[in-house]
Design a protein around this ligand. Structure first.
Ligand code: NAD
Length: 496
């Protein structure tokens, strides 16, 4: 079986232990991935510390030269990266291409690092005194990432971190690890010096070793809320800077004045793309007033027509879930909602894909008349399940969203600007769409949720990513033209 090894100091490093990587479309083992622990992390951090001595001193123009080459290589290998994602994650190849493009856009943003790191200069802040501020790199940074975007989410982190002059250790998801090794190879081909970008595979043992390592300055995490909370607490308690992005329950509110056909199409794409395994997937609809019945009819038509199949077949619109456990979780959530009184409008629980009976497939599920007390609403199901709640007014819909513990993304469908404005100002959510169902910010804005969807102060990539990956310095300087003769003055200095 193919082995997926660690990448440390510019070379492949064999693991001492391995775990199996499955093919979600068949349920068959397809590779084994190394499982690292403290010794692999120590080795990777040592390589990153050594590399930082020269990379942190590298001129902006030499750093950006590598990033421009990397940008081209990611574009050239878009198909290779997408096929690796599909084989291990299960999403369709076209969907996987989308995540590679969105990841590449962060590399493009990082190519502009000379502009982003430009400090500020104040001439003559006091007589004969000037002051300037700059952003310095942190040292070694770590990234710990989830299975659902094996290329894009790590790219939210490492291009900016590296562009800022840091070196990086990535611990990707053990479910779909191969793409990270190809990214490491592309960095090497782009001319990135050995040890600047390292990959340690594995699970909790590798994560804990990163969180505790005294030579790691900052940790970026993306994954589920319980692990995000844990990572935030443990990394912060060892003095690290940390941003930990967690799970989500993203609501789409549909007002009666919206174009309901358009809303149904947009919501269907956002709920079932990648089989609902996106942190920005719409998983709950709040239908306001008279919108409800017609919207359900339109959604029923759209959802029932979704073609489910292996991600590498052109006809497939939706692939399998990532694991058999994920499939069971989805089926249990729908069973429980049905028992609690929800109406199952589209039922994907019994779906079988011919020739792929062992695959982790479940068809799209649409549930109506769900209430906030039901577990299908309270949990992050993270599968192709869309629940519809009913509300009488926009304010009631906003209250439902704000009572939810998550605050990653949300969307409003309306034809009324005043309603949109009230919604945007009223919801306690980090990323908001107006007639846009998946409001994932472009690379030059920052990405982040509120409440249980993000622990830490900064959002990821964009300008906040640059702040997270650097530390400020302010220099106040004075160059007297001739020896000064004035006596010592012990008063607190003020500008003169
Ligand atoms: P996960 O939390 O299980 O795993 C994320 C990472 O943490 C992986 O690298 C994994 O190896 C590691 N990990 C798992 N258990 C651990 C433990 N006990 N101790 C230390 N490390 C551990 O998440 P997942 O299932 O891979 O990904 C899906 C989740 O990620 C969903 O909740 C989704 O909403 C979330 N997500 C959030 C965002 C966002 O931007 N907020 C983006 C993508 C995914």
């Amino acid at each position: 079986m193919r082995s997926i090894e660690h990448w440390i100091g510019g070379a492949s490093v064999a693991g001492s232990e391995y775990t199996t990587v499955y093919q979600p479309a068949t349920g068959e083992p397809q590779a084994q991935v190394a499982v690292g622990g403290r010794s692999e992390v120590d080795r990777a951090v040592a390589a990153a510390v050594t590399a930082h001595r020269s990379w942190g001193e590298m001129s902006l123009s030499r750093r950006t030269k590598v990033l421009f080459r990397m940008r081209d290589l990611v574009e050239r290998h878009e198909g290779d990266l997408a096929r690796l994602i599909t084989a291990e994650h299960g999403k369709t190849v076209e969907d996987a291409r989308g995540e590679v493009i969105r990841g590449r856009e962060v590399v493009e943003y990082a190519c502009g690092i000379p502009e982003l790191l430009k400090g500020a200069y104040s001439d003559q802040v006091s007589t004969g005194v000037d002051s300037y501020s700059l952003r310095a790199p942190l040292g070694v940074c770590a990234g710990i990432t989830p299975f659902n975007f094996p290329v894009m989410v790590p790219m939210w982190m490492h291009p900016i971190s590296i562009a800022c002059g840091n070196t990086f250790v990535l611990k990707p998801s053990e479910r779909d690890p191969s793409a990270s090794n190809l990214v490491a190879q592309l960095y090497a081909d782009a001319g990135l010096p050995d040890g600047v970008f390292n990959v340690v595979h594995g699970g909790k043992a590798a994560v804990d070793a990163l969180l505790d390592h005294p030579d790691i300055a900052a940790v970026s995490f993306v994954g589920s809320t319980p692990i995000a909370r844990y990572v935030h607490e443990r990394a912060a308690s060892s003095g690290k800077r940390v941003q930990a992005l967690g799970g989500a329950k993203n609501h789409a509110v549909v007002l009666p004045d919206a174009d309901l056909s358009d809303a149904a199409r947009q919501i269907t794409s956002a709920a079932y793309g990648s089989a609902g395994q996106r942190c920005m997937a719409i998983s709950a609809v709040v239908a306001v007033g008279s919108a409800g019945d017609e919207l359900i009819e339109l959604l029923d038509r759209e959802v029932a027509a979704i073609v489910v199949g292996p991600g590498d077949q052109d006809a497939s619109q939706m692939g399998p879930l990532v694991t058999g456990e994920a499939r069971e979780r989805v089926i249990t959530a729908v069973d429980e909602a049905e028992r609690a009184g929800a109406t199952v409008v589209v039922d994907g629980r019994g779906l079988r894909v011919d020739g792929h009976e062992g695959g982790y497939f479940v068809g799209p599920c649409l549930l109506d008349r769900v209430t906030p007390g039901m577990s299908a609403y309270q949990q992050e199901v993270f599968g192709p399940v869309l629940v519809v709640l009913r509300a009488d007014t926009l304010d009631e819909a906003i209250d439902i969203i704000n009572a939810n513990p998550y605050g990653n993304g949300t969307a409003l469908f309306t034809a009324n600007g005043a309603s949109a404005r009230r919604f945007v100002r009223g919801v306690t959510v980090g990323m908001i769409g107006v007639n846009v169902p998946l409001p994932v910010p472009m690379a030059y804005h920052s990405f982040g949720g509120w409440k249980a969807s993000l622990f830490g102060d900064t959002h990821i990539h964009g300008p906040e990513g640059v702040s997270f990956n650097t530390r400020g310095k302010v220099v106040t300087s004075r160059w007297p033209a001739q020896a000064e003769t004035s006596p010592s003055d012990l008063r607190f200095p003020t500008a003169t």
